[in-house]
Design a protein around this ligand. Structure first.
Ligand code: HEM
Length: 204
């Protein structure tokens, strides 16, 4: 009999949908803005700034849904790391992704009611959601209100450093997104996990 697990409650799906659309808009307009003031690569500069500012604010407010949701609902427990075999577990999963799954090996950490993420996935989600995204939000807030940024650090402009930091993290999120989509396509069939994040139900 098919085993279905309700992994993604409504609030999580709303957060995820808004976040996905928002981040894609931020990546497109961010890349576009990097092409320069006079360039209309992808989107014209002025339009790119407007869309980037609005999407940034929406993603920031939406982030609070994720953060508070994980504090007050049981979803937060999937983001807790156990110290036991801290490195061995994600390495085993990486070996499976790189070699094992192409050679008939069984997934080392099959998903269940208790385990929504494999160890590598869990570490990645924690890093992106509790480090990279908050840093992008804080540095983006600084760039929206540049008067709050330190003027100079060792004679280098604080705004320049913040912009480099912000862009570098944006780049990391873009790489995360590509890997995220690839990993999400590894399931019962390539579309199964994408259906799950829309319906809430995972097919174990
Ligand atoms: C087109 C864009 C995206 C698609 C199609 C997509 C797809 C998915 C799918 C299928 C899942 C469920 C399977 C899994 O956990 O791997 C998922 C979960 C998740 N995604 Fe995405 N994603 C997108 C964008 C993003 C972005 C931009 C972020 C963060 C910056 C993100 C963060 C997450 C997180 C943290 C989860 C786990 C949520 C939880 O169950 O607590 N996703 N995504």
């Amino acid at each position: 009999m098919e085993n279905k697990i309700y992994y993604y409650p409504v609030w999580l799906r709303i957060w995820h949908g808004v976040n996905a659309i928002g981040i894609i808009l931020l990546i497109i307009t961010g890349v576009s803005m990097n092409a320069g003031v006079d360039s209309s690569f992808l989107v014209s500069f002025d339009k790119a700034i407007d869309i980037h500012n609005v999407a940034g604010i929406v993603v920031t407010i939406n982030y609070l849904i994720f953060f508070i949701g994980n504090l007050v609902t049981s979803n937060g427990k999937f983001y807790i790391v156990k110290p036991r075999a801290f490195l061995k577990r994600p390495m085993k999963q990486a070996y499976y992704y790189a070699w094992g799954m192409f050679h008939g090996m069984k997934a080392p950490y099959p998903l269940s009611e208790k385990r929504k993420f494999n160890p590598l996935q869990k570490y990645t989600y924690i890093a992106v959601m509790y480090f990279v995204l908050p840093c992008v939000i804080i540095s983006g807030f600084g760039l929206l209100f540049p008067e709050i940024i330190i003027e100079k650090v060792y004679n280098v402009s604080g705004i320049f450093l913040t912009a480099v930091f912000h862009s570098a993290l944006g780049f990391i999120i873009s790489i995360f997104l590509i890997i995220h989509l690839y990993i999400a396509s590894i399931g019962k069939n390539p579309l199964d996990n994408f259906k799950s994040i829309l319906t809430g139900w995972h097919h174990a």
